[in-house]
Design a protein. Sequence first.
Length: 344
Amino acid sequence: MTRKQKILNGISDFIKEKESGFQDIRLENLNEITAGWEAELFSFVLYYKHNGEEIVKKLVIRMYPSISEIHKLDTEYLIYKLLADLHYSVPKVYYKAKDLNYVGKPFLIMDWLTGGTLDEKLRSQPQESMLLFCQLFVELHDLDWKPYSEKLLSNGISILSIDSLLKRYENRIKQNNLTELQPINAWLKKRRKEVNNLDLSITHCDFHPYNILLNDEGDTFVIDWPSVKITDYRFDLASTLVLNRIYSGKNLRDTLFRLYQQIAQKEIEDIDFFEVIAIFRRMIGVMQVLLPGDNRIGLSDDIVDIIIDTIFHVENMNNYLEELTGIRIEKIDDLVNEAKNSIK
């Protein structure tokens, strides 16, 4: 029996156990959508009868790497349900399973959206798509999460002040002996005194057009929430601005920032401070991946290959750090040169 058939059989067994009112259940057309850093995704079609009516649903199973990733499954399940309650645009999630007996991994099952990604629409309708992107981003940061604070805390979703966030990254460089990044930490500590605290928001922490899916009618839905936090929204915004700056250039970064402020109807202060935090976070991750040793424990070779194949973005990140702070991390330059030499 092939792995695909085992997955289909496992999903079928799970749904039969969960839905005693469904008759003539069958699953077809299991196809792998992607195998990413966080999870495997397979689409499939579910057919069944309920109260005499024949029903067809296009669904996705999101399979987490191992039992150690249970907390990410719990986080995503909770946040999808919470955001749906707040009328934010996320796919409907139907099931959560931690039992490995079904498909060998923990999983969620949710709606399969077949209208492509916002990134695809961005290429054909750039202005409309960027406006839509920023509207979704502003709407997320404006949601009132406070009535759910106890539920969020009890389920392990972090509620972090600016100082808590900085302390988290400082601890990571100490734990992983990344002393080369200490100049960034020192710059942030010095600049922190000038930055005002704002109310905290729900933050996605990986908000980009590939994580926004469309249905066949063109409606948008935000996916991929394992890194969600409650923190200063400027950190989330800065992470997206840095991502666009290092992959696509200054013009796109500046356009997104302008549109966000326009939609939010406010001028955002100290965004450079938060962009440096975003660079700090990404550099910690890059060094953990590219430096040999215990830092790589738990990381697949695929992740190393992804970083090396797009090494230009690491170089651009160092350039942007220097532009913002006057600091350049020589060890990052060394790792970039080693990566370039390895792919010649």
